[in-house]
Design a protein around this ligand. Sequence first.
Ligand code: SF4
Length: 360
Amino acid sequence: MTEASDFASNVTEWQRREGRHDLPWQKMADPYRVWLSEIMLQQTQVNAVVPYFDRFLKRFPTLQHLAEAEEDDVLAVWSGLGYYARARNLHRAARQISCIHEGQFPTCFDDIVALPGVGRSTAGAIAVFSFGQRHPILDGNVKRVFARYFGIEGYPGVKAVADRLWCLAEKLLPERDVQAYTQGLMDLGAQVCTRSRPRCGNCPLAQGCTARLLECTDVLPTPRPKKMRPQRSTVMLVMEHDGRLMIEKRPAPGIWGGLWSFPEIDAVGNAMQACRSQFGAEVRAIDQMTPIEHGFTHFSLTIAPLLCRVEQRQSQAEMPGRAWVGLDEAMHYPIPVPVRKLVSQLRGRLALQAVPGQAG
Ligand code: SF4
């Protein structure tokens, strides 16, 4: 046996014995389900994905349902899972499949990888799990297992390091049992060779693992070079009138593109004027709410929310892409997590204002 076939058979046998076999998308080799799960799993762990996966399928049981849906509905079901570009790409891809592939999920790797939001590793996983084809994968978990087992230094986001890992992924790919092997790599990365404190004592690869032998699992894979995340800030206008809040649809692209949110302005001092001139809302009082910190991949955002109590609203307040909604209704819109937090904060606050003598 070669080192490659030893590696693959250790992973495959371990998967059969101890890997995951009951995930909702493993119940049938349906490319729509496999694709959906792979997209959801791109930046999110299995436990968080499962309820969203079930909810999404309930709302859009087939690819055709998804293709015919409005983007707002897709984003609303995705709301809370984050990285919303994934949902927009999923929706675009469903429409593409509907037009170009007559509603049939493509079986050819080149067609799969050409879909919006599908990279080489995701396309490989879809081809393996849906059609039993032989393709390598290299997601974050697999990069970690390879970097540790083979002692590969260098941040995997650097092209030269990624190329080396892809070469290994191709070389190690077995001729048979590709599904069990691929699932095994994913399961090992998620359950045994975890980011911190890998369980090397339970690992089927322990014997030949460089990082274990050299006791350097804590420094492999090499982390992303540290860069200070820039800090940005914004002011959100939380306009309230008769218990209803004004939200507007954000333009795409851009952060939270296509989602609904409170309008933003640059400075607290401009709030009253902005409410009047941009939104046709006469404000009688403004209260500062608790600021919210939100981290994006490339920057951190501090949101300073202002509760603007509106006395009167003009016709400009009712333009398309704007809505005055109750608190419960707002939660059914596709709104980003910090806005969801703000709406929750408002629950107690608006109830308090309804008590005579409390309004100010
Ligand atoms: S022995 Fe430890 S470090 Fe090496 S692959 Fe297994 S879990 Fe990861």
